[in-house]
Design a protein around this ligand. Structure first.
Ligand SMILES: NC(=O)c1ccc[n+]([C@@H]2O[C@H](COP(=O)([O-])OP(=O)(O)OC[C@H]3O[C@@H](n4cnc5c(N)ncnc54)[C@H](OP(=O)(O)O)[C@@H]3O)[C@@H](O)[C@H]2O)c1
Length: 363
């Protein structure tokens, strides 16, 4: 399959999703759920095929969907119908509840939480990277962690062409990775900071306005590795079926509303020239190379926001790397930016639904 075929296979259209009798969006009132609805609306999926679910606090409220309005309903067993699909964009406990309620039906569950990602037999899928794992699905598919999706998207063409031995990655993660309430905290706190007022945080453990801090997930007391970093290690290994791949992440939260940035040092198995690396990245589906040294123009969160592609730039041989006589090297550095609410969550989940619909039709 060529890169163009692979990209076309993932096009999100109303027709591609038609094999599903019903699309249930659980957590439709949240940051990821909002994006799922916006993607479905853009694809002209009819409002009549949608059901939107929220927590008790939102039940009965109305969500705009093009010219239509959708009433938020509570999570209930009868929402999960044979031939349907549920895209779950809520916390892990709600995802576990959804799985229980869907049991006994052939409603497909695509889950954005961490509840099932490492469970044996559950595909952990980034369609451009390991779409083939969907073939064996048993009604439940997990969407990887947002930082992991962006990382494997950018490195997959290098893994395929040269092999990967080690990854060292530092993240600069937007506050929206923690949901809608965190975006509100950054907005409010920035206004307070500009007025010279007190910056006591509510959701985060540190002030996020005009600041940055180690990721807000729990830190392993024995290892010093935090939850987000562990997810990147475990999930990257599962996605590439590379259980002993060396991955060293450091995750940082920054005062950006949306789109994560990642600074990556990658060591390849086979030496390559910078031109070969660049070509592999330029040909990959779902990536855009922005690498203008002359004008100092590279990926930024603002350039990546609201886009489905992952941006890659600052492609260079690592200055500390060993250089072969022919000028090739095994260690390179690059910068990645991607909207973690889109490709890092909602877009990836809907692309999974598109691929799963194709599989359903070909059965
Ligand atoms: N944000 C990201 O960048 C990102 C990226 C990848 C994965 N994820 C994962 O995606 C999931 C959603 O994240 P988010 O950022 O969208 O969070 P969020 O903005 O806080 O939204 C959470 C959603 O879950 C709903 N919900 C909570 N309890 C529920 C219940 N009992 N029944 C039905 N719905 C319930 C909420 O409804 P109400 O509004 O009614 O409370 C809301 O719609 C999380 O598992 C997160 O880890 C997030």
């Amino acid at each position: 399959m060529t890169p163009t075929d692979r990209r076309d296979n993932l096009l999100i259209t109303s027709a591609a999703l038609r094999p599903f009798k019903r699309i249930v969006v659980v957590g439709a009132t949240g940051a990821v759920g909002n994006e799922v609805l916006s993607i479905l609306q853009h694809a002209a999926v009819p409002a009549t095929s949608l059901v939107v679910v929220g927590s008790e606090r939102s039940v009965g409220s109305m969500l705009s969907y093009g010219d239509s309005r959708l009433e938020v309903t509570a999570l209930r067993q009868d929402l999960f119908v044979d031939g349907g699909v549920a895209i779950v964009c809520a916390d892990a406990a709600t995802a576990l509840a959804a799985r229980q309620l869907a049991q006994g039906t052939d409603c497909l569950l695509i889950d954005n939480s961490s509840a099932f990602r490492l469970e044996a037999g559950v595909p952990l899928c980034v369609p451009e990277v390991n779409g083939a794992t969907l073939r064996g699905h048993r009604g439940l598919i997990a969407n990887p962690n947002c930082s992991t999706i962006l990382l494997v998207m950018a490195l997959e063409p290098l893994r395929a062409a040269f092999g990967i031995e080690e990854i060292v990655v530092s993240t600069y993660q937007a506050v929206s990775g923690k949901g809608l309430a965190a975006m509100e905290e950054l907005r409010e706190q920035t206004a307070r900071a500009l007025r010279g007022e007190d910056l006591s945080p509510r959701l985060f453990h540190e002030p996020c306005a005009f600041n940055l801090f180690s990721h807000d997930s729990d830190v392993g007391l024995d290892t010093g590795v935090n939850g987000e970093e562990q997810k990147i290690i475990d999930e990257t290994r599962k996605i590439w079926d590379a259980p002993s791949l060396r991955v060293s992440p450091t995750c940082i939260r920054v005062p950006v509303l949306r789109a994560h940035t990642e600074s990556v040092r990658v060591t390849l198995r086979r030496a390559a020239s910078e031109a070969e690396l660049r070509r592999a990245l330029q040909l990959a589906p779902g990536l855009i190379v922005i690498d203008d040294r002359k004008n100092n123009a590279f990926p930024t969160p603002l350039k990546a926001a609201f886009r489905d592609e992952v941006l890659v730039g600052r492609i260079r041989r690592d200055p500390a790397a060993e250089v072969q006589q022919d000028g090739t090297s095994r260690t390179f550095a690059l910068l990645i930016c991607g909207d973690q609410l889109r490709k890092g969550a909602a877009t990836n989940a809907v692309q999974i639904a598109v691929l799963a619909a194709r599989l359903r039709q070909s059965r």
